[in-house]
Ligand binder design. Structure first.
Ligand code: SF4
Length: 260
């Protein structure tokens, strides 16, 4: 069932599910799309909640993750724990090794600190492109986005058409959840979580691009903390075309020229 050509139907569903629970929303997408739907998780706190909910609804639920090659060891540890706990074979998608080699040969191992262009180039290669691969064969995907996470996420719906990914259905069952609700659920169910949260992290991505946040700091302040005036997004959920210097990035996502 491909519904992207029926935006009015999706708009209706989005309104209807605005008042439904996260579980009801997950149940809807899994019932409609079955194995053509998957949870795409980076194993942050929200991902653990969704996996727990989805697994109780359908133990055969697919869980997909992107291993950028720069994840902290704590994230790998959690992936293994969650896989074992639920008996899930987490589907791991990795960046193209040739692209990574080209990036590091041209710009070094840690190019992201030198400019936003290089940071976005790395995110494009290690996250955005693998995400396209992860979604191939899927008609719908479930994300852990929440409106409270950042200004760029305040407008997300419970059910959306993901125009950036071929018009697939994107479901955000925790869209209206607060941070407190996420942690209340994790504690009430004694779920495993990334131990970096106990070290002051509030959002967890790649190891070299994430630091803990101080009390009172913005939720995603620890992501690409050295950047000023650049949205704290990698390009998967929010288009970064407006800030990406397109002249430096070819249509295949590879660098055309050296970036200063
Ligand atoms: S978060 Fe950092 S290491 Fe990870 S893909 Fe983006 S720039 Fe590269």
């Amino acid at each position: 069932m491909v519904v992207a050509d029926r935006p009015s139907k999706i708009a209706e569903l989005a309104m209807e599910y605005e008042n439904r629970t996260a579980e009801e929303t997950i149940e809807w997408v899994l019932n409609i799309y079955g194995s053509k739907a998957a949870l795409v998780s980076s194993f942050q706190a929200e991902g653990t909640v969704l996996i727990d909910m989805a697994h109780r609804i359908d133990p055969s639920v697919r869980v997909v993750t992107i291993d950028t090659g720069r994840l902290p060891k704590e994230t790998h540890t959690l992936m293994d724990r969650v896989g074992q706990l639920y008996g899930i074979d987490v589907e791991v998608v990795r960046p193209d090794p040739q692209h990574v080699q080209q990036l590091t040969e041209q710009h070094g191992v840690n190019p992201f600190y030198r400019s936003a262009a290089l940071r976005l180039l790395c995110c494009n290669m290690r996250k955005v492109k693998p995400m396209e691969q992860a979604l191939s064969g899927l008609e719908a995907w479930v994300s852990g986005l929440r409106r409270a996470q950042s200004d760029s996420r305040t407008g997300i719906g419970m059910i959306e058409i993901d125009a950036a990914h071929g018009g697939r259905i994107k479901v955000n069952p925790l869209a209206h959840w607060t941070d407190e609700q996420v942690w209340r659920y994790i504690r009430s169910r004694s779920l495993p979580y990334n131990e970096l949260y106990d070290k002051g992290y509030t959002s967890i991505g790649c190891a070299p691009c994430t630091r803990p946040t101080a009390p009172g700091e913005y939720y995603r302040a620890g992501r690409w903390w050295w950047e000023k005036d650049v949205p704290k997004e990698c390009g998967i959920h929010v288009s970064m075309d407006g800030v990406r210097p397109l002249k430096d990035i070819g249509p295949d996502g590879l660098p055309k020229n050296a970036v200063a």
